[in-house]
Design a protein around this ligand. Structure first.
Ligand SMILES: Cc1cc2nc3c(=O)[nH]c(=O)nc-3n(C[C@H](O)[C@H](O)[C@H](O)COP(=O)(O)OP(=O)(O)OC[C@H]3O[C@@H](n4cnc5c(N)ncnc54)[C@H](O)[C@@H]3O)c2cc1C
Length: 234
């Protein structure tokens, strides 16, 4: 929860997508969270101003895709530049914008167009962004293997060791399975009975979408297609 001027707050809630129970509903978890006494005591009597949702791409250094392609580049969170232990990505998003602009400017000056900004991708990995993300790259995989406490201790040691000796005793640990592979079968888990939104602190999705300031053409064709429409999860 971030406190702003004019008695306003931003409330954010992050859910890892490697949860096992497929009945878990991230949207409703957040609505329920707002009723926790520590949160509700701040929100009560307030007015909803805006609502939004986004994915935090937190795979880090070992999950970064190639950031440049013919005629274009990906920046910020589309490359997954969040520093997970610090839960911060703004600094790297800005650095990536600067690096892409420098590479594009140099390319235009050389009369190039529509090719791949290889120097941008290289700068992202070897410059300040890469250094920032490389140091913390083992924290999440260690937490996945040894639990949050073990991950914190070993990850803390790894970050400290790297900042002194410039290499990691662990090398680069892979993330293991994908989030989707963590999802269990619905039949093996109980349904979660989420309380109905009260319209004061918690709201249904349709009402919240109208506070999301999103704008799209109503007639857009659906771009999501089920590979097996007979497959039922719920
Ligand atoms: C709950 C939470 C807390 C965080 N706390 C911190 C923090 O304390 N410090 C920190 O440094 N970082 C924090 N981060 C991470 C930080 O917000 C991101 O790393 C950063 O915003 C990435 O910047 P970006 O420009 O890459 O992406 P974004 O800030 O997500 O910007 C992308 C923009 O593109 C717009 N967009 C998407 N699709 C379209 C479309 N089709 N057409 C037009 N526009 C579109 C979106 O509306 C959005 O405005 C937090 C993230 C979350 C979710």
């Amino acid at each position: 929860m971030y406190h702003l001027e004019n008695n306003q707050v931003y409330v954010g809630f992050i859910i890892d997508l490697n949860y096992k129970n497929p009945h878990l509903f991230p949207y409703m978890e957040f609505q329920r969270f707002k009723h926790h006494p520590q949160i509700s005591k701040v929100l009560e009597g307030g007015k909803r101003v805006a609502y939004g949702a986004r994915a935090v791409t937190k795979g880090g250094f070992q999950s970064m895709p190639k950031a440049a392609f013919p005629g274009g580049a990906m920046l910020g969170c589309s490359v997954g530049l969040v520093n997970l232990p610090r839960i911060k990505g703004n600094h790297n998003a800005m650095y990536s914008g600067m690096a892409a602009a420098e590479a594009a400017y140099a390319a235009i000056n050389m009369g190039r167009s529509g090719d791949v900004l290889e120097s941008y991708d290289a700068e992202l990995r070897s410059g300040p962004v890469g250094k920032d993300l490389r140091t913390v790259r083992n924290v999440a995989p260690l937490a996945a293997r040894f639990g949050p406490f073990g991950g914190l201790v070993l990850g803390g040691f790894d970050m400290w060791f790297q900042s002194i000796f410039k290499f990691s005793l662990f090398g680069t640990i892979k993330h293991g399975k994908t989030d989707a592979q963590s999802t269990g079968k619905a039949a093996n888990y109980s349904k979660i009975d989420y309380p109905k939104p009260d319209g004061k602190l918690s709201f249904d999705r349709l009402t919240n979408v109208s506070f999301a300031m999103t704008n799209h053409e109503e007639s857009q064709p659906s771009h999501l297609h089920l590979t097996d429409p007979a497959c039922q999860f719920l």
